[in-house]
Design a protein around this ligand. Structure first.
Ligand SMILES: NC(=O)c1ccc[n+]([C@@H]2O[C@H](COP(=O)([O-])OP(=O)(O)OC[C@H]3O[C@@H](n4cnc5c(N)ncnc54)[C@H](OP(=O)(O)O)[C@@H]3O)[C@@H](O)[C@H]2O)c1
Length: 459
């Protein structure tokens, strides 16, 4: 398979840090035979300087493979708002594809901010650059965030649906490219020991944790307009939650998985929220010194369906925290403790670790050796890397490969995006107080009141 990658936003951070390294790895792993890479953005720059920076994000690049990228990469200056520039891009693509003897499969990656999505979509459609024939395909990949509320997401979706078919459209949530997120459905639906227990009769609560120990890493301008709810909860966290809570799809493929996720997202009802802002946040470059943007959110929500009625889902997501951890904790209901002299202090947990150290842990109870009827907790721990003996591929490499294969299951459909924005809009429509917290802490001190109020304990 050969592919023309058109990277719209080629001078940006994402292209250098993630996309070009992912294309390199696709070539290195022989997932593609041949590529043409055409970077597109406004400023005047040589492709060599973009490649030079991108190379620093590849560990120990193989020179032969890197040279394949160097000899087939180009830059085209283009303003997203100038239709003429797209016509010039179209001519350039035709010429380069002929020169490199490529079949014209085109992957357009919109590596830029969502306010440009409508215009780019319309211009690609009008100028017929993203055309499909019986011999080749054109697919469009939209980076997250997809809009900044329900209204803007609907506007982009309606623009896309007028210009392209949904099977050409890939809305990125790079967390769906992570090994362990991809493994959630497999873990649930291929293990008899889990699926019969995965419901309100046996589970007491579910927690999804998205703790980051870093701050803004230079994204002040963007983050101050978005905050934790729009930056990670709307997408990564709700997507993980939908995979945990969905009914079994008829097949583990695009349409069926997306149908089931959409049904869950539609049934979410938020019941409590705690927002926080890290103390150093307002001093970050490009952040309003009086900003009320939240860098932390804790949410209690319910999924109003037969499987989950009465089971609280707790979400925690924030930056500047004391640890880096993305995980899911399923807490089982307690057993009636009649048979042992020391009862278990807690209940069973299944913990799925998405990041770091991907894997899962099942906390069981077992006899204390040498002591009759005394129990202690025993951990059954699986580390994914140990099984594979190599580290998991980067999410962007996985996702680009899926786009090339035409598999949409790891991408978010228009209705899922809109249901998720509805959840965030319902939180934003109420004026929640934002509590301060010191950097390096677990979050605002009000978290312990949240625990008491809901009779729960954060993991
Ligand atoms: N960086 C990451 O690791 C990362 C991770 C996940 C998601 N994202 C998301 O991905 C998107 C892009 O992120 P980024 O960090 O790469 O942003 P960025 O560094 O600000 O890059 C934006 C790109 O858009 C181009 N651009 C803006 N206006 C343009 C116009 N009118 N015509 C042509 N080109 C234009 C810029 O080119 P010129 O300045 O040369 O015009 C630049 O190449 C954002 O929505 C971000 O939230 C980024």
């Amino acid at each position: 398979m050969d592919v023309t990658f058109v990277l719209l936003g080629a001078t940006g951070d994402l292209t250098k840090r993630k996309l070009i390294p992912a294309i390199y790895h696709l070539l290195a792993n022989k997932a593609v035979d041949k590529v043409l890479l055409v970077g597109v953005a406004r400023r005047k720059i040589a492709i060599q300087s973009i490649l030079k920076e991108a190379k620093t994000f590849i560990s120990k690049p193989n020179n032969n493979i890197w040279q394949k990228i160097v000899v087939s990469s180009y830059y085209q200056q283009l303003d997203f708002y100038d239709e003429e520039h797209y016509a010039a891009l179209g001519r350039r693509l035709e010429n380069l594809e002929a020169k490199h003897e490529l079949s014209g499969n085109r992957l357009f990656y919109l590596a830029t901010l969502p306010q440009h999505f409508d215009t780019i979509t319309l211009n690609l459609s009008k100028t017929k650059i993203a055309r499909q024939t019986s011999q080749n395909w054109s697919r469009l990949v939209y980076e997250k965030p997809f809009g900044n509320d329900l209204a803007s997401a609907r506007k982009i979706n309606s623009c896309i649906s007028r210009a392209f078919r949904e099977d050409q459209v890939y809305r990125i949530d790079h967390y769906l490219g992570k090994e362990l997120v991809g493994n959630i459905a497999i873990l649930r639906f291929t293990n008899r020991v889990f699926e019969p227990l995965w419901n309100r009769h046996h589970l007491e609560s579910v927690q999804v944790t998205f703790d980051e120990d870093i701050g803004l890493a230079g994204r002040g301008n963007f983050y101050d307009k978005y905050g934790a709810l729009k930056d990670v909860v709307q997408n990564h966290v709700l997507q993980i939650l939908a995979l945990i809570a969905m009914e079994s799809p008829q097949k583990l493929t695009g349409k069926f998985i997306r149908d089931e996720k959409a049904k869950v997202l539609k049934k979410i009802k938020v019941s409590d929220v705690l927002l926080g802002q890290a103390k150093p946040y307002r001093k970050e470059p490009k952040v309003n010194p009086k900003s009320h943007t939240e860098t932390f959110s804790a949410i209690k929500l319910n999924i109003n369906n037969n499987r989950w009625r009465g089971v609280p889902f707790y979400i925690r997501a924030g930056k500047y925290l004391h640890r880096k951890e993305v995980s899911i904790h399923l807490k089982f209901k307690p057993i009636h403790c009649l048979l042992t002299t020391t009862c278990p202090s807690d209940t069973n947990y299944l913990t799925i670790r998405v990041n770091p150290n991907e894997g899962f842990t099942l906390e069981l109870f077992a006899k204390v050796p040498g002591q009759a009827n005394h129990v202690q907790s025993a951990l059954m721990d699986h580390s994914h890397d140990r099984l594979r003996q190599i580290s998991s591929p980067e999410a962007y490499q996985v996702l680009l490969h899926e786009v090339i294969l035409g598999n949409q299951s790891l991408f978010v459909r228009d209705d899922e995006i809109e249901h998720a924005w509805k959840v965030i809009d319902s939180i934003k429509s109420r004026n929640w107080k934002v509590f301060p917290y010191p950097a390096g802490s677990p979050g605002p001190k009000e978290l312990s009141l949240f625990e008491k109020k809901h009779k729960m304990r954060w993991r």
